[in-house]
Design a protein around this ligand. Structure first.
Ligand SMILES: O=C(O)[C@H]1O[C@H](OP(=O)(O)OP(=O)(O)OC[C@H]2O[C@@H](n3ccc(=O)[nH]c3=O)[C@H](O)[C@@H]2O)[C@H](O)[C@@H](O)[C@@H]1O
Length: 354
C-alpha cells in the first residue's frame, strides 16, 4: 500500500507540472532520466533482487531437466498404446513395438496423440439385449466408443450397468421405428425381439421393427457413410428343404404363418440392406444367426436351451416338442460376437453374408 501510495503521489506530481514548462508532446523524455535509478532502487530494496535470482535458477533447472522428462513421458504413454493396440487389433504389425525404443537412438520426444488405431464411434441398436450387450462389451473392450439404442422391450439395463461409468459408453432409450440422427462410423443393427414368445407377443410391432427400424438405420448409414451390420436369423430359411442350409439357399417360408412377422420381417430387412448396398453404396454385412445361448439370456426366453436350464433349476422335467428328431446348430454367445464384430483393420470390400 505504501508503495502504491507513493507511486500515485508521484504521478500526481507529474500531472501538476504546468504544460508550459514541459516540451510539447514529449512525456517520455521527461520520465526517462528518473526511471533507471528508480528501478535499481526498487530491485535492491526488500531483497527483490534475491527473488529474481531464485526465479531464474528455478526456470533454468526446469529447462535443463525437461528433455529427460519428455523422454520418460513418451516411454510411459507408448507402453499404454502398444498394450491397447495388441488387445484391439490382433493382427497389428509387430513393428508397433518399435515405438518403445524411446531412448535407444530413435526419435525422442512425445509420442503424438492418436498414433494407435482410430477410435471408432459405433451405434448398437438393441444393445441392452442378450446378444447386444455382449457385443457392446467386446467393442468397448477393444477401445471404441459405443452408443446403445434400446427401447427396453426385451433388453435390460442390468446387462449394461457395469458400463455406466465408462466415458466411452452412452445409452439412449429410443425405438428404432422412429428415425434418429447420430454421427457414427459403424452401425450394428440388432434391435428386434428374437425369441418366438417375444416376437409373437405383438407381431405387427415385430414386423414394423424389422422393416421400418432397418429402413431408418440404413438411411442413417447412407447419410453418415457408416458400415452396417444386420443381424438376421436362420429363420429366413423357414422350414428348410435343404440340410445343412447354405447361404445360397433361398428358404421355404410360410408368408402367412405365426412366425412370419419375424421370418418375413428379417427377409425384408435383408432385402433392404442389399438394396441400400446396390443402390446407395452402403457397405453392409448380414449375419444369419443360429440358435445362440449364454449368460444374460432370459430364463423366460422360451428357446430350448433356456427352457431346459430353467426346467432343470426348478427340478421340472425337460419338455421335448414333437418327435424330438429335430436338429439345430447352437453357438455360444462369445463365438457369435467375435465373428460379428468388424475388425477395425480388416478391409471389408467383398460383400458376403456371414
Ligand atoms: O437363432 C435362430 O436361428 C433362431 O433360434 C430360435 O429358433 P428355434 O431354433 O426354432 O428356437 P427354439 O425355441 O430354441 O427351438 C429349438 C428346437 O427345440 C425345440 N424345443 C424348444 C423348446 C422346448 O422347451 N423344447 C423343445 O423341444 C423346438 O421345438 C425346436 O425344434 C429362435 O426362437 C429364433 O428367434 C432364432 O431366430
Amino acid at each position: 500500500m505504501k508503495q502504491l501510495h507513493k507511486q500515485m503521489s508521484s504521478k500526481r506530481d507529474e500531472e501538476t507540472i504546468p504544460m508550459s514548462q514541459s516540451s510539447p508532446y514529449s512525456p517520455k523524455t521527461l520520465k526517462h532520466p528518473r526511471s533507471l535509478p528508480r528501478s535499481l532502487h526498487y530491485l535492491f530494496r526488500e531483497q527483490r533482487l534475491l527473488f529474481i535470482l531464485v526465479g531464474i535458477l528455478i526456470g533454468s533447472t526446469f529447462f535443463i531437466l525437461q528433455p529427460s522428462l519428455s523422454r520418460l513421458g513418451a516411454a510411459e504413454s507408448t507402453s499404454l498404446i502398444t498394450r491397447s493396440v495388441s488387445y484391439a487389433v490382433t493382427d497389428s504389425p509387430p513393428s508397433r513395438s518399435t515405438f518403445n525404443s524411446g531412448g535407444g537412438g530413435g526419435r525422442t520426444g512425445r509420442v503424438p496423440v492418436g498414433i494407435g488405431r482410430k477410435r471408432l464411434r459405433i451405434v448398437v441398436t438393441g444393445g441392452a439385449g442378450f446378444v447386444g450387450s455382449h457385443l457392446v462389451d467386446k467393442l468397448i473392450g477393444r477401445g471404441d466408443e459405443v452408443i446403445v439404442i434400446d427401447n427396453f422391450f426385451t433388453g435390460r439395463k442390468e446387462n449394461l450397468v457395469h458400463l455406466f461409468s465408462n466415458p466411452r459408453f452412452e445409452l439412449i432409450r429410443h425405438d428404432v421405428v422412429e428415425p434418429i440422427l447420430l454421427e457414427v462410423d459403424q452401425i450394428y443393427h440388432l434391435a428386434c425381439p428374437a425369441s418366438p414368445v417375444h416376437y409373437k407377443y405383438n407381431p405387427v410391432k415385430t414386423i414394423k421393427t424389422n422393416v421400418m427400424g432397418t429402413l431408418n438405420m440404413l438411411g442413417l448409414a447412407k447419410r453418415v457413410g457408416a458400415r452396417f451390420l444386420l443381424t438376421s436369423t436362420s429363420e429366413v430359411y423357414g422350414d428348410p428343404l435343404e440340410h445343412p442350409q447354405k447361404e445360397t439357399y433361398w428358404g421355404n417360408v410360410n408368408p402367412i404363418g405365426e412366425r412370419s412377422c419375424y421370418d418375413e420381417g428379417k427377409r425384408t430387412a435383408e432385402t433392404l440392406a442389399m438394396d441400400y448396398h446396390r443402390g446407395a453404396g452402403v457397405e453392409v454385412r448380414i449375419a444369419r444367426i443360429f440358435n445362440t445361448y449364454g449368460p444374460r439370456m432370459c430364463l423366460d426366453d422360451g428357446r430350448v436351451v433356456s427352457n431346459f436350464v430353467a426346467q432343470t433349476i426348478r427340478k421340472h422335467p425337460m419338455t421335448v416338442y414333437g418327435d424330438g428328431k429335430q436338429t439345430r446348430s447352437f453357438q455360444y454367445v462369445s463365438d457369435l460376437v467375435r465373428t460379428c464384430s468388424f475388425n477395425g483393420k480388416r478391409s471389408c470390400r467383398t460383400l458376403q453374408p456371414w
